[in-house]
Design a protein around this ligand. Structure first.
Ligand SMILES: [Zn+2]
Length: 209
């Protein structure tokens, strides 16, 4: 069991590369110049001059999950091991964008699986959360996609995924419920059993302190 979700990108074999598709940046930026005008702003005032380009780059980063094959990420670090107790990675940071309003939702993911011959490098679990979160999403589908990817790739005896997120489309607009948290969950295999699921829920709510 691990409570740690931090991983050093260099040590893990990844380097953060700020790379943007220049054609896409130009195309998105042109639309944002229009949007600024439509909002009644002057796109030529100093503070806004580079805003369309910044937004275009930010959006590309916030949706870079489209370019990540989550199953391949898991397969790159699967190891045979006859450990068959629950493996829990909790408090994984989640940053995503709701597809209905294109506003952020963010919070924590708690994920467990029960190995069935194979384990996976622990840092890969947050990586696949990111692969699915960095797209336009709804929290419900995000939860299921993470579960299905682990189940189909690792073929464990069970997978459990719980997501707790705040949605800016609820907090900043509409009902303006600023502190409400949406919880979603998805289970397979052994976690459909009450006892196993309760143990998982106890582990993710327990504090180690
Ligand atoms: Zn929304």
């Amino acid at each position: 069991m691990s409570n740690s979700t931090d991983f050093n990108e260099e040590l893990d074999g990844y380097k953060k590369i700020d790379q943007y598709n220049p054609v896409q940046v130009d195309r998105i930026a042109a639309h944002y110049t229009d949007i600024l005008s439509a909002l009644g702003e002057d796109p030529n005032r100093e503070g806004l001059l580079k805003t369309p380009e910044r937004v275009a780059k930010a959006l590309q980063f916030l949706t870079h999950g489209y370019d990540i094959n989550a199953a391949e990420v898991l397969k790159s670090a699967m190891f045979e091991e006859d450990y068959s107790q629950m493996v829990v990675v909790k408090d994984i940071e989640v940053y995503s964008m709701c597809e209905h309003h294109m506003l952020p939702f963010f919070g924590k993911a708690h994920i467990a699986y029960i190995p069935n011959g194979h384990i996976v490098g622990l840092s890969k679990i947050p990586r696949i959360v990111d692969a699915f979160a960095r797209r336009l999403q709804v929290q419900e589908r995000l939860t299921n996609e993470i579960r299905d990817c682990i189940q189909e790739t690792l073929n464990p005896a069970g997978v459990a995924v719980v997501l707790e997120c705040k949605h800016m489309c609820m907090a900043m607009r509409g009902v303006q419920k600023q502190n409400s948290v949406t919880t979603t969950s998805a289970f397979t295999g052994a976690f459909q059993n009450d006892v196993t699921r309760s143990e998982f829920l106890r582990l993710i709510t327990a504090s180690l302190a």
